[in-house]
Design a protein around this ligand. Structure first.
Ligand code: GZL
Length: 326
């Protein structure tokens, strides 16, 4: 596999899981009887994308494998539903609360309540902005700024540094949308002939991505677009449909760079309709539950664990497709 894997300066997961493996075996009571079933409350963003479906599957299957009593709640991309779910986990007295925050802000009060109740919190996939970092034990997820940088570098390679970019932004206020844009614009600033000429949120969904791309193609300067940067593959796949309905060849007339690395993106690359997908690994279940079990055992864990990811170009799609797990 010639995937260009870029290793983050992350905690070595082997070392970490090695450490946690030692910790987990220490979770048994003195008389060596298994301790009570671990009860974990998990609030998930929703079911908005292929990435999210794979992420949920990874979490649920890992919990089942470990015999964890998982209380799972789908927030349907609404922050108030996540806050409600976290409050109910506190009332149930779960051992650990984990969640993927739909947006960065607004969670401080309920996290204070969890801390007061003595229930540790682990962030999965996305981060929150809080004044007190002790409100959560660990955040495991991607480096979204780096994903944005990689996407912009791929745009520069595809266009020789001459790009008028239409941007499909993720969910407004979410960490991936904010940070992918930040990283993308940081690299764009190095190329005087690369600029974003239109930008709008498609909320990480395929349907909204199609709708916004239709609007982009009706704009007075639509003819200038030569690149689409989509914050996730689902919006890119919706945009591809919109382009084809408008008689535009996706991946040819307009180059497309997106993020996630879901199966649909590899199929689109194989068909020449997508040019690059920057991987964002949803299969967090095993690492997440290593951390949750360590936290439940009262052990120290790193405050930040960055997942390992790569970048895939069209030429790699056919070989990679059979290996994709999501
Ligand atoms: C990224 C994740 C994002 C994906 C989208 O870690 O939070 O949310 O990129 C998903 O596909 O909707």
């Amino acid at each position: 596999m010639n995937k260009r894997t870029i290793f983050h300066r992350s905690i070595s997961l082997v070392g970490l899981s090695g450490l946690i493996a030692v910790v987990v075996t220490g979770a048994f009571a003195e008389d060596n009887k298994p301790s009570k079933k671990l009860v974990v409350g998990f609030s998930q963003v929703g079911a908005e994308s292929g990435w999210r479906t794979a992420n949920t599957e990874s979490i649920k299957s890992e919990a089942a494998k470990r015999g964890v009593d998982l209380r799972f709640s789908d927030a349907q991309q609404k922050e108030e539903n996540q806050i409600k779910a976290i409050r109910s986990f506190i009332a149930e007295g779960v051992d650990v609360i984990a969640f993927s925050p739909v947006v960065e802000t607004g969670f401080e009060p309920v996290l204070q309540e969890a801390k007061k109740a003595g229930i540790p919190v682990v962030l999965s996939d996305r981060a929150v902005k809080v004044s007190d970092p002790s409100l959560y034990k660990c955040f495991i997820g991607s480096d979204f700024i780096e994903e944005g940088r990689r996407a912009a570098n791929e745009v520069a390679k595809l266009t020789g540094g001459k790009a008028n970019v239409a941007e499909l932004v993720g969910t407004v206020g979410s960490a991936p949308a904010i940070d992918r844009k930040k990283g993308f614009e940081e690299v764009m600033a190095k190329y005087p002939d690369m600029k974003i000429i239109m930008s709008q949120s498609g909320d990480f969904t395929r349907a909204k991505g199609k709708e916004v791309m239709e609007a982009f193609l009706k704009a007075p300067n639509a003819k200038d677009i030569n690149v689409l940067f989509a914050h996730n593959d689902d919006m890119a796949l919706g945009a591809i449909q919109a382009m084809e309905e408008a008689g535009i060849k996706p991946g040819v007339d307009i180059k497309i760079v997106s993020i996630d690395g879901v199966r649909g993106a590899f199929e689109a690359m194989k068909d020449g309709k997508l040019n690059v997908t920057v991987e964002c690994n949803p299969l967090l279940g095993p690492q997440l539950f290593d951390l949750i079990e360590a936290v439940a055992a009262g052990k120290e864990v790193p405050h930040r664990v960055v997942t390992q990811e790569g970048v895939y170009e069209q030429s790699q799609a056919a070989a990679e497709l059979p290996k994709r797990q999501y």
